[in-house]
Design a protein around this ligand. Sequence first.
Ligand code: PGA
Length: 236
Amino acid sequence: MNGSLAANEALLGELLQGLGQPGCDVAVAVPAVYMGQVQALLQGSAIALAAQDVSAHDGGAYTGEVSAPMLRDFAVRYALVGHSERRQYHGETDALVATKAQKALAAGITPIVCVGETLAEREAGQTEAVVKRQLAAVIHAVGACVTEIVVAYEPVWAIGTGKTASPEQAQAVHAVLRAQLAAASTQAAKVPVLYGGSMNAGNAEQLLAQPDIDGGLIGGASLKAQDFLKIIAAAA
Ligand code: PGA
């Protein structure tokens, strides 16, 4: 929940100025209320538009919700589903997250499925079980469309805390997720698995060098154009 009309314009202006032709896919995940503004600012650029959440319903009496077809009206290409803050503060369950992924796909939007363990779960040795359970719910719900999703591993203890998973810790979990995807579909090698959680201009290169880390889901560091540009360059 960052940004304002003025801040969005300044941030995206600086980003577009420094971007050139990026060697990787770049998207910005925008609060729903700014979709129209940011769609216009990004027109004809190499940056795609993403939403931070999407409703599990198509429309109707769900006051306050934003549906996938509504997002599609603004040419939204991606939607985060199951970000840990949605799971934690809004009680989103694995089943709800799976439904959101289905709704996004049905509207032609690629869901970026976020999974990750809390500190307590890591310390209890449950990391693998937790991320596999979270991803399994989505795999089960989307069936053959599993090849159309993006996965993001975001250890909850690393989000917004300045604590990053070490490249080895992240790689170990990414390998688990990759194997789970491969078991679900022979085509799943093409599913990008992103790392998120205090990725920044200083640590991006090392994290992105890991064999199963295909990209990043950037929070705080994406709010500074020059830092975000460095991360994009590291991913290219
Ligand atoms: P962070 O946030 O990069 O600030 O840790 C990541 C996220 O919220 O997905």
